[in-house]
Design a protein around this ligand. Structure first.
Ligand code: 3PG
Length: 404
């Protein structure tokens, strides 16, 4: 482990800025947190900092998304799980936040407002540039040391992730350590064949991952499901109907379609796309081959025939890395693909799951004990597995060199 650890940090009696990733599925109408896995996974780190003043910096969603919201509910949830007060402050580094931190006693925990409310946090910057942001200057002036436990955000080169370690003595939290250590094992003799299952809606990340794992020979097969599959289907020349095509246009995934075309041209035999899909027609699940998707029905799951074929590929795999659902799993009618694929993935020798949203389904299915590792990171986990050094890990390594 080349990043500093909490044990080496000497955070006793100090004020610690603690970057967590509490970005979770929430109900946008009620702000109710629908899954608390990430909260539970961060508890050991917060407890390990019991002798310090802990100032939590975290985010929920991104600007422009429906679930981009304030963090009152997050502080409440953390308080329940931690069993002691977590004070929410509706400011990031304004006077209200600074006063609250100043008044803290040893053992207190404060949660600052959604750090992505600050425009600078949404920039992608090199560590040295990130260090110069107002956000990093202000936050670092409020504490003595920095602990990054936000593995889920480790692939983002954003100010609190890569800038704070340049400005302060820093360490990785216990979750960060566990994720990096466990996922590294995939590189040292993961049983072949290795199959990556890429689904969900974060198509930009998934396309880059598909290219990387195919180019570098990390994966023998890539199975595409969910919105990722829809992009590949368009790239392969299929008409997936107006609603799904419009969704992809709204999400601005035109460049991803072009990248998917390149991937298919090079690796047609290693990419497994659905051959049948399930759509919503007259409020019911109806199945169609990809050549006959109706014009006005949204594609919301992979079809039964495709589930069967894809499960066949999973059964022959030694390692499965699963990231993102196959469809609208929140609705029973369109959860079949996700459920069946996960059930099959859980049975292989080495099974790694990325992505908060996929982890929710696994817990609901009671399969959480059957997987080798369920990461708290979606994009971060997958990017790590492509062999890239994650910006957060790189910044923590640099910090160790700078501050000792
Ligand atoms: C995640 O859920 O993947 C992390 O919180 C990072 O979120 P992002 O993809 O919006 O940067």
């Amino acid at each position: 482990m080349t990043i500093g650890t909490i044990r080496e940090l000497g955070a006793e009696k100090k004020t610690v800025l603690l970057r967590l990733d509490l970005n979770s599925p929430i109900d946008p109408a009620s702000n109710l947190i629908l899954d608390d896995k990430r909260f539970r996974e961060h508890i050991p780190t917060i407890k390990a900092l019991e002798g310090s003043r802990v100032v939590i910096v975290t985010h929920q969603s991104r600007p422009g998304k429906k679930d981009f919201t304030t963090l009152e509910a997050h502080a409440e949830k953390l308080e329940q799980l931690l069993g002691k007060p977590v004070t929410y402050v509706d400011s990031i580094f304004g006077k209200h936040a600074r006063d609250a931190v100043h008044a803290m006693k040893i053992g207190d925990v404060v949660m600052l407002e959604n750090v992505r409310f600050n425009a600078e946090e949404n920039l992608t910057l090199k560590p040295e540039e990130a260090k110069k942001t107002h956000l990093v200057k202000k936050l670092s002036s409020m504490a003595d040391v920095f602990v990054n436990d936000a593995f889920g955000t480790a692939h983002r080169s954003q100010p609190t992730v890569v800038g704070l370690p340049m400005a302060m003595r820093s360490a990785g939290g216990l979750l960060m350590e566990k994720e990096v250590f466990t996922l590294s094992k995939v590189f040292s003799g993961a049983p072949r064949p290795v199959c990556m299952v890429l689904g969900g809606t974060k198509v930009d990340d998934s396309i880059d991952v598909a290219k990387n794992v195919l180019d570098k020979g990390i994966a023998d097969k890539v199975i595409v499901i969910g919105v990722v599959a829809n992009v590949f289907l368009i790239a392969a020349g299929y008409d997936i109907g107006k609603p799904s095509t419009q969704l992809i246009a709204q999400l601005k995934y035109q460049p991803e379609i072009e990248k998917a075309k390149e991937i298919l041209a090079k690796y047609k035999d290693r990419v497994v796309m659905p051959q049948t899909v399930a759509v919503r027609e007259n409020n019911h699940r109806k199945e169609y081959p990809i050549t006959k998707i109706p014009e006005d029905c949204p594609v919301l799951d992979i079809g039964i025939e495709s589930i069967h074929d894809m499960v066949g590929v999973l059964k022959k795999s030694g390692t499965v890395v699963f990231n993102g659902p196959a469809g609208l799993f929140e609705e029973a009618d369109f959860a079949t693909g996700t459920y069946e694929m996960l059930k099959a993935a859980s049975k292989v020798e080495f099974s790694v799951v990325g992505g908060g949203h996929t982890a929710v389904v696994i817990e609901k299915m009671g399969l959480d004990k059957d997987f080798t590792h369920i990461s708290t990171g979606g994009g971060a986990c997958i990017e790590f597995l492509t062999g890239k050094v994650l910006p957060a890990v790189d910044a923590l390594e640099q910090s160790k060199k700078i501050f000792g």
